[in-house]
Design a protein around this ligand. Structure first.
Ligand SMILES: [Zn+2]
Length: 486
């Protein structure tokens, strides 16, 4: 016993010495721990590489889409999440089938249908150059374009003069329909045989005329032939599918310790278009969110508020997954619990975060940024405050939920491959992806642990005012999304 006592006091001394050491380690702040965990053990790059090689594209409603849903579900589980759920939804979704294009009987093999083109179309008509496809261009070719196939550039041509604002491909298509065109061919602006897809519909409903995208090279060749006075006949033949499909959002919950009735939701869309593997749109967002989730679990961190990690499907066909989730949350009164929604879509290497029109959050963002800067001085902490549309945050913003996005600084060439057949893993910058995870996880951690979140959910009427103030009314009306009357 005596010996044991002596031994035990020795052990105590050793234990105290040892605990001094661990105490020193524990002094490391949560943000430092998060930063080091990501720096040393991030799986984001590898996950994205695996996901793109093992699955390929992640089109909503396809077999690949289902595999991607399962893949992320399994990953959350492997990180130790107990509460991981599939939220199934059923919706009508568009998918391409076949497309053939020829001009003067010469086949143009590099062509893709744009989203929401008719289920079946077979039109042959003279081709008319409508420049940039802006309203002024259609107005100037008013007589010539009727019953013809309109050839328009997706961007603004370099020789167009100053001060022109481009409009979306779907808006150019809407103008073609308004001016009586039988079809539309949109020329991509990225040289090198790059094809782009995406919707050609402003409302998300099927359009009446076939819309296709062709390469920059083919487009420029046709433009100069027309400019030289040649008359060209174009023939577009296509079939597409518009069917009710089933898809699943995937949601993993990290339970909070104190404010368990408040959820911070961090999400991005898992689905992609089908021309490539969607490594950028939105593989980088998904890989970052998964790695943030992994990091919190690896460090055994428990936030004050619950954090929900969401993989949305159906974003590309019209925010279908986020709409399904919001509907479900409205029915179960869970939407009231969402105190913040953070969206990561095609964004990364953050220099700050976008308060999306909620001015009252700017001091909070600044303060969080200062804390991140204290861990890593390379973080710029340059925050923005303007609301935008067209990703899953829109669905939550429309309900008055405060949303935050990334102030991104990815390379220009990454964006060039947006929605294209070149959106593959070779575009991914490992360091930038790690930064998205590090800064994003630190930001999210601070938001989930904030004493108070000044931005509150807006009422129906307040949301209406907010949308008008942010200058979004016209765009929402154009897309048939304005729900507040006149
Ligand atoms: Zn996207």
């Amino acid at each position: 016993m005596k010996i044991a006592k002596g031994l035990s006091s020795l052990i105590i001394v050793a234990a105290i010495m040892f605990s001094c050491n661990t105490e020193k380690e524990e002094k490391e702040s949560d943000l430092e721990r998060i930063n080091n965990e990501v720096k040393n053990n991030s799986k984001a790059y590898l996950t994205l590489q695996n996901m793109t090689t093992e699955i390929g594209h992640r089109l909503t409603g396809s077999e690949n889409g289902k595999k991607a849903e399962q893949y992320t579900y399994d990953l959350f589980k492997s990180y130790g999440f107990e509460n991981v759920q599939f939220h199934e939804f059923e919706v009508e979704a568009w998918a391409r089938d076949s497309v053939k294009l020829s001009v003067d009987n010469e086949s143009i093999p590099e062509v893709v249908s744009l989203g929401h083109s008719p289920v079946s179309a077979d039109v042959e008509a003279p081709l008319v150059d409508v420049g940039n496809g802006l309203r002024a261009d259609f107005e100037a070719n008013k007589e010539a374009v009727k019953d013809k196939i309109a050839l328009v550039y997706i961007g603004i041509l370099p020789d167009s003069g100053e001060g022109l604002n481009n409009i979306h491909r779907s808006e150019k298509t809407a103008l073609a329909i308004e001016y009586g065109a039988k079809g539309i061919m949109i020329i991509n602006q990225v040289p090198g045989g790059v094809l782009l897809t995406g919707t050609a519909s402003v409302t998300g409903k099927l359009i009446d005329i076939p819309a296709v995208c062709i390469t920059y090279e083919d487009g420029m060749r046709l433009k100069s032939a027309l400019a030289e006075g040649e008359s060209l006949d174009a023939h577009i033949k296509m079939t597409n599918k518009s069917e009710v499909i089933k898809s699943r959002n995937v949601i993993a919950t990290l339970p909070g310790a104190e404010l368990t009735k408040e959820n911070i939701l961090v999400g991005g869309h898992l689905d992609s278009w089908d021309l490539a593997t969607g490594a950028i749109d939105n593989g980088i967002g998904i890989a970052a969110i998964l790695d943030m989730a992994r990091t919190f679990k690896a460090l055994n961190l428990q936030p004050k508020r619950n954090i929900q990690f969401v993989m949305f499907m159906g974003e590309e066909q019209g925010l279908l997954g986020s709409k399904a989730l919001v509907k479900r949350m409205n029915e179960s009164n869970d939407l009231e619990k969402v105190s913040y929604m953070m969206n990561i879509d095609m964004s990364g290497n953050p220099k700050g975060y976008n308060a999306s029109g909620r001015e009252e959050m700017m001091p909070v963002f600044e303060a969080i940024g200062e804390k991140i800067k204290a861990v890593d001085t390379t973080y710029a902490n340059e925050n923005a405050n303007r609301a935008g549309l067209h990703s899953d945050h829109q669905t939550f913003m429309m309900e008055g939920v405060p949303v935050v996005g990334v102030v991104s600084q990815l390379d220009r060439e990454v964006y060039d491959y947006y929605h294209s057949n070149g959106d593959d893993f070779d575009l991914v910058n490992e360091e930038h992806l790690k930064n998205t995870v590090r800064f994003g996880a630190m930001f999210l951690w601070e938001l989930a642990n904030a004493e108070k979140i000044p931005a509150k959910k807006l009422s129906f009427e307040q949301t209406r005012e907010f949308m008008i103030e942010q200058g979004l009314k016209e765009e929402l009306e154009l897309g048939n999304e304005w729900k507040w009357g006149q």
